[in-house]
Write a protein that binds this ligand. Structure first.
Ligand code: MF3
Ligand code: CO
Ligand code: CO
Length: 287
């Protein structure tokens, strides 16, 4: 008597009752000329449950930032909120020490695109727009999301950039269906950004996430419709458009090696979700 073959996803279930049907479908789609994701990009139910929890904690940390952020605070104060809230919830800030990053969270103000380092010297002032990008490890799983905050009264131009950037993320999130292409993400994001006169940062993008902070695939925000791998149920990844009011060019601060600025000093905004592809479309796991 021979035992049934176990599924490659390590669910412990028989292959026939687990991912066989998906594999058959992907094989057919591949024959029809599509690029398909690797097995490594597809999470099992247990992993999804763990990632869901990490994402829930990550969202709660950003909620704590949202309740407290205000003019007069330093970006180091934001870091302190993240450290304390994450600890309270039993998580670990993933950014701290990641490839040498010195703080627990990224705080990116005005013309900083992303990867801003919290500092005691940087005071938030009325009119600033700030991205707070938080990644949490909880029981070994990762959740990653970011939000924009307007400090006091912000001028209409900045408000519009913040709003349209959120719309770019929400339009992509709502429209994507299973077996759409990775490039469709960039299509939705860049179309909406450009319709509003904005440019899209190309050097940085979203990513697979869940078992590590950054996994394959790289998620471009300028991709082309119908191109790239298929997005299949069980994939967990971020969409995190960085949208500039001026030109798309960016550069890295040569002193700290991290902070990414717009080349033309124009404003930049970013929003990020961790997303799960389901049979019915994208589910937001962390926002
Ligand atoms: N949270 C960021 C992202 O969305 C990664 C920050 S890495 C750090 O991918 F080292 F800068 F913190
Ligand atoms: Co992030
Ligand atoms: Co991310």
């Amino acid at each position: 008597m021979h035992s049934k073959q176990k599924c490659w996803c390590k669910s412990g279930k028989a292959y026939e009752e687990c991912h066989k049907a998906l594999d058959n479908k992907l094989e057919l789609l591949k024959k029809q000329g599509n690029n398909v994701p690797t097995h490594k990009m597809i999470k099992n139910e247990k992993q999804i449950a763990g990632i869901r929890e990490a994402c829930r904690v990550n969202t709660l940390v950003l909620d704590a930032v949202e309740r407290q952020i205000r003019a007069g605070m330093t970006t180091e104060d934001i870091n302190k909120i993240v450290v304390e809230e994450t600890k309270k919830l039993g998580g670990i800030p993933a950014c701290l020490g990641y490839e040498g990053f010195p703080k627990a969270v990224c705080t990116s103000v005005n013309n900083v695109v992303c990867h801003g380092i919290p500092s005691k010297k940087q005071v938030l002032k009325e009119g600033d727009i700030v991205n707070v990008d938080c990644t949490t490890i909880f029981k070994g799983y990762f959740g990653d999301s970011s939000r924009m905050f307007e400090i006091g009264n912000v001028d209409e131009r900045a408000k519009k950039l913040v709003r349209v950037t959120k719309e770019c993320l929400d339009i992509a999130t709502k429209n994507l269906k299973p077996f759409d292409h990775l490039g469709d993400i960039g299509y939705y994001v860049s179309t909406h950004a450009r319709e509003n006169g904005y440019s899209v940062v190309v050097e940085l993008g979203g990513h697979g996430v869940g078992l590590a902070m950054h996994e394959d695939p790289f998620v471009s925000h300028v991709g082309k419709r119908g191109q790239g791998i298929l997005l299949v149920p069980g994939m967990v990844f971020t969409i995190e458009p960085m949208i500039n009011e001026g030109r798309a060019g960016v550069f890295v601060d040569e002193n700290d090696g991290w902070t990414i600025f717009t080349e033309d000093e124009s404003l930049s905004a970013q929003w990020e979700y961790t997303l799960l592809m389901t049979e019915n479309g994208l589910e937001i796991l962390s926002k």
